[in-house]
Write a new protein. Sequence first.
Length: 232
Amino acid sequence: MKTVLAVRHVHFEDLGIFEPWLRARGYEICYIDPTIDNLDHLDVVAPDLMVVLGGPIGAFDDAIHPFVTQEMAMVKARLASGRAMLGICLGAQFMARALGARVYPMGVKEIGFSPLTLTAQGQQSPLALLNDVPVLHWHGDQFDIPAGADHLALTSVGKHQAFSVGSTVLGLQCHLEADTARIEQWLVGHASELSQAGIDPNALRAEAQRIGPQLQEVALKVFETWLQRALA
């Protein structure tokens, strides 16, 4: 059976719309929560796909959250294997750090729906299928593009939004996986962050309802296309 290892830091930032798609195609999904699970003997190389998901901490928060050290070791081991790996938001930042790039605060929160601007490499990647459809951004930190990686996308707020390494590694700052039908979980789970950033949850909810159906359709196409290439 095909397998997916998903590293989840908060319960509602899960595989989202990717999960039912994967299960329908015969994938067995194993969630690991590094905040509570024992990672000592976890095999991160065997699964067909490893996905490191988002969360409201920093990729360099080792001193605050000791599990980060173990998680970074997991990420490095998976990257060294050359097998399919997807990082989303915090997960992409962990991947960038593991590949030797900086991760740092942007000085502003990028939260809401807006399209990506693709680089020349991005236009040749699965992200080209987005075709200017707005995606969900929810972050305050940014990664630099690792040496040897392809820079795929940017926005007016953050110039480093996506990178790839070959066909098997994809790091996304945006949340293509997010199920907009469950946006209320995000609005509640990140209520303090939204309040501090002066962002109206009602506006985000309305955007999710308006953009959601089109975004989720194209996000699945992006994921499917990338995964086919990564597993080839």
